[in-house]
Design a protein around this ligand. Structure first.
Ligand SMILES: [Fe+2]
Ligand SMILES: [Fe+2]
Length: 132
């Protein structure tokens, strides 16, 4: 079992975005593996960079779909994305008082809370526009 498993409870009902969420989860698992196998900060850093880039890519894809279909809560969702991007950008994994466990737990919660609390709000709207 991986550190962080995608489950149907995390589905937002749009295949593309479920796949992108799975990719984000994979990257978090890769960071966890790097930590466990003692590869240390170098590989953590690399994967964190990849996670930042893919996060931006994914958020843009969601915002584009919401814009295209006129989702009424786009602005609130966009603000939430901005907050999440700056949180992950500001992560300083070189700080000695921050443990890798803290980092992993933060990222797991960071993504889970957004999917459950924010992304799921577009599901029925985008489904009604034909996105599955
Ligand atoms: Fe989102
Ligand atoms: Fe998302």
């Amino acid at each position: 079992m991986a550190y962080f498993d995608w489950t149907p409870a995390l589905s937002v009902g749009v295949k593309t975005f479920d796949e992108q969420h799975k990719k984000l989860i994979d990257l978090i698992n890769t960071m966890h593996e790097a930590m466990k196998s003692g590869h240390g900060r170098d590989r953590l850093d690399l994967t964190l960079e990849e996670l930042k880039k893919y996060t931006v890519y994914h958020f843009e894809a969601e915002e584009q779909a919401m814009t295209q279909h006129g989702f009424p809560n786009l602005e609130a969702h966009r603000k939430e994305h901005e907050k999440l991007v700056s949180q992950v950008r500001d992560m300083d994994i070189s700080r000695e008082d921050v443990t890798t466990v803290d980092i992993m737990e933060f990222l797991k919660r960071w993504l889970t809370d957004h999917i459950l609390g924010t992304d799921k709000k577009y599901s029925s709207f985008l489904n009604s526009k034909g996105l599955r």
